[in-house]
Design a protein around this ligand. Structure first.
Ligand SMILES: [Zn+2]
Length: 468
């Protein structure tokens, strides 16, 4: 039994070929000079005076210390599990040339005075598309804004100024959100409140920054810099975490999975990355599966499975010709922001329809749909297909019922087509009933097999049915 299991595993563990690859990418860094910081403090002090915002120290002790939430989010239309790596912490060893983070490790760079969050994957592309959103990690009052500075630096350009939003919390502490995209800042002005999770701007690379990232810098009510991460080498606030839930020091996460026509090009600052994404393929065609990770360690297992239109494992070919429907890859290297991709080939007899690839990494699971021999169904179509239940009875006589979990009152049209595509009858044209069900009038159909086209204003799907 043990030997069988081993053989099974060996059959799945596939070596990378020339058309496969990946690895990690360099992480962005920044520089904020003491002169910059002095200018910002002066600006915030002037804003408080002008807008009647209390001095931070006046608030000290009035409320409990703040608890930070994650400061980045993606629009809900993007189906990824994660979007950024914590690329650098505060450097607690202030000796030039020596680095130490809060946990006594080296996830920082020399003299860094904040926490850096680096979008992954596609940082420049997502900046262009306004996708990596910076949100208020704690509610508070806008105490400063700076906008209009060039926002796509790829090196620490001397004298470059950033775009930023500064938020003063109700306990008097202040968070600086820096390097934003020009023109992306919240329209709210100094003195206005922002809620927890409210959009502040888009991640950019303004100021002395080597690539798009968020620099979060936090001050306590007395104006002392703090590091939100509690740890034994945190020389600022020691074991006091400023996070609502401080994540593990190393936090391996599966961020995204894609299908494509070619290997993704992942590092191109200042040009946008090239995902080379493709989601509709023909039989015999190459298909590149790629996945994106945070804090992935060497040897971590990544498991892949390809599922065909019938919901069962479907065969693709490795570049050496080996047929497979699943494989496991344990990369020999890791990193803070990594990606791995694999070229596979669809067989000549690949069934037409909507396929998906599944990826499992530790306790995380993600799928991505793609189409073979037909257009990719839209997300709306997939949702309708999932909501639309079975046809009952089937075969049917003078009526049939589509049992569905549609919103009652949704406008739906159902038409029957014969198997060579000729329209045979309109079976339903109205609103879904109270249970979301549709009662179809099938009296006019001659005996035979039909494809029922089901359409709402936004989506379509089909069911097969047989008239007795
Ligand atoms: Zn930074």
């Amino acid at each position: 039994m043990r030997r069988l299991w081993l053989l099974g595993w060996l059959a799945l563990a596939v070596p990378l070929r020339a058309q496969d690859g990946g690895g990690d990418v360099p992480l962005p860094t920044d520089e904020i000079t003491e002169a910059d910081r002095a200018a910002i403090r002066a600006e915030l002090a002037a804003n408080r005076t002008a807008h009647g915002i209390p001095e931070p120290s006046a608030q000290a002790g009035k409320t409990q210390a703040v608890a930070f939430a994650w400061p980045l989010t993606l629009p809900p239309s993007i189906p990824d599990l994660g979007l950024a790596t914590v690329s650098a912490h505060y450097d607690h060893d202030r000796t030039t040339g020596v680095t130490q983070d809060f946990a006594c490790g080296t996830r920082t760079y020399d003299q860094h005075e904040g926490t850096d969050f680096a979008p992954w994957p596609f940082p420049v592309l997502r900046m262009q598309q306004n996708e990596t959103q910076i949100v208020a990690a704690v509610a508070g009052t806008i105490v400063g804004k700076r906008d209009g500075n060039f926002d796509l630096n790829c090196s620490a350009v001397a004298g470059a100024q950033w775009n930023a939003v500064y938020v003063q919390h109700d306990d008097g502490s202040v968070a600086w959100y820096g390097h934003m995209k020009s023109g992306s800042l919240t329209p709210k002005t100094v003195g206005e409140r922002v809620a927890l999770g409210e959009l502040l701007g888009i991640v950019g690379s303004s100021g002395r920054s080597t690539g798009p990232h968020l620099h979060l810098e936090v001050y306590d009510p007395s104006g002392n810099l703090i590091d939100p991460y509690a740890g034994s080498c945190n020389r600022l606030n020691g074991q006091t975490s400023w996070w609502a839930a401080q994540e593990p020091y190393s936090n391996p996460r599966l961020h995204a999975v894609r299908t494509g026509s070619a290997a993704p090009v992942v590092r191109t600052c200042p040009n946008p990355e090239q995902p080379n994404e493709k989601r509709s393929f023909a039989p015999n065609e190459a298909i590149v599966f790629s996945a994106y990770f945070r804090d992935q360690a060497a040897g971590d297992e990544i498991r892949w499975r390809v599922i065909g239109p019938d919901g069962q494992p479907a065969t693709v070919r490795h570049s050496d010709g080996t047929p497979m429907s699943e494989w496991t890859h344990a990369p020999s290297s890791g990193g803070r922001s990594t990606h791995w991709y694999y070229t596979r080939y669809l067989p000549a007899d690949a069934p037409t329809g909507q396929w998906r690839v599944e990826i499992t990494y530790k306790d995380q699971f993600l799928t991505r749909t793609f189409a073979v021999g037909e257009p990719l169904a839209s997300d709306d179509d997939r949702r309708l297909d999932e909501a639309m239940g079975t046809l009952y009875p089937n075969p049917f006589a003078e009526t049939a019922t589509l049992r569905a979990t549609l919103a009652p009152g949704l406008r739906v049209r159902v038409e029957a087509f014969d198997l060579i595509g000729r329209r045979a009858a309109l079976l339903f044209n109205g609103r879904a009933g109270g249970e979301g069900t549709l009662t179809l009038d099938t009296r006019s159909l001659a005996p035979g097999a039909y494809v029922l086209h089901i359409a709402t204003d936004r989506a379509t799907t089909t069911r097969l049915g047989v008239r007795r």
